[in-house]
Design a binder for this molecule. Structure first.
Ligand code: DGL
Length: 277
């Protein structure tokens, strides 16, 4: 994950009872939200799924930055105290620009190269991510920094985000796509697979069935929640309330199918508000 000290001093108006804003190109970030809510049950959360404009991973960097800026503007209007970019692709393309614009802490996500290097025995690890993340300078730098002695096989997985958005988590064609992306990696002795896209967390059981029990699967939801907790402590922004948190959900897509997927992946009855930015 990416956390940096603020470029500017924390704005005075930010106080601890304000909500935390979390966004993703779609439902993938719910996997991160789940961990945040579990670890920090008294924090009010606002989640934005940008399903109308997903997938980000097949688009240009400018497109991703523009969406990230518009969503962040909306969340800042809702008086958030911290922003979590629960999307590897948006982090790669937009987190620096967001940090230049806003003086609240911003937590981003990036493929967990270092933890994967630490557990790999074969010295060959695989990264499953979107095309934009695979081609990103951020992944390149992470690999240079943490994996000098490790072979890193980066595999773009077009089509998988759409399978999650459609709630096709274990259908035949989803499995075929996963096989297509993982078999070449397994043939090259990969023993550790990084899920470098938050949507793929929802495919973890299906990926496990396909790659077998021996391959280690590394994800970033829990570490991000812990990092967020440290940031809240550092800036004295932990919510002191012990009332159950309020969770507020938005989706830019008005399609019933997207709302159904969101309900299904969150597991609880939720109201989904329309986002019109
Ligand atoms: N969940 C996003 C990520 O982590 C998916 C990006 C996309 O929409 O392609 O990268």
């Amino acid at each position: 994950m990416v956390v940096k000290l603020l470029n500017k001093p924390l704005t005075d108006s930010v106080v601890n009872h304000q909500p935390i804003g979390v966004f993703d190109s779609g439902m993938g970030g719910l996997s991160v939200l789940r961990e945040i809510h579990h670890l920090l049950p008294f924090e009010d959360l606002i989640y934005i799924a940008d399903s109308k404009y997903a997938p980000y991973g097949d688009q240009s960097a400018d497109y991703v930055r523009q969406r990230a800026n518009q969503i962040a503007d909306f969340l800042l209007e809702q008086q958030i105290k911290v922003l979590v970019v629960a999307c590897n692709t948006a982090t790669a393309d937009a987190v620096d620009a967001l940090r230049d614009r806003f003086n609240i802490p911003i937590v981003g996500l990036e493929p967990a190269i270092k933890p994967a290097v630490n557990v790999s025995k074969t010295g060959v690890i695989g990264v499953l991510a979107t095309q934009r993340t695979i081609e990103s300078k951020r992944l390149h730098c992470l690999t240079l920094k943490h994996a000098a002695q490790t072979k890193v096989l980066a595999q773009a997985c077009p089509g998988l985000v759409e399978k999650v958005e459609a709630n096709h988590l274990d259908r035949y064609d989803t499995k075929q796509l996963i096989k297509q992306y993982t078999q070449p990696l397994l043939q090259q002795q990969v023993d550790t697979l990084i899920l470098g896209c938050t949507h793929y967390l929802f495919l973890q059981d299906t990926i496990r069935q396909i790659v077998g029990e021996e391959v280690k699967i590394i994800e970033t939801g829990k570490p991000v929640a812990r990092q967020l907790q440290r940031i809240l402590e550092q800036y004295k922004l932990l919510n002191a309330s012990t009332h159950p948190a309020t969770l507020c959900f938005y989706n830019s897509s008005h399609l019933k199918q997207h709302h159904n997927t969101m309900q299904h992946l969150w597991h609880h009855g939720i109201d989904i508000n329309a986002l019109s930015v």
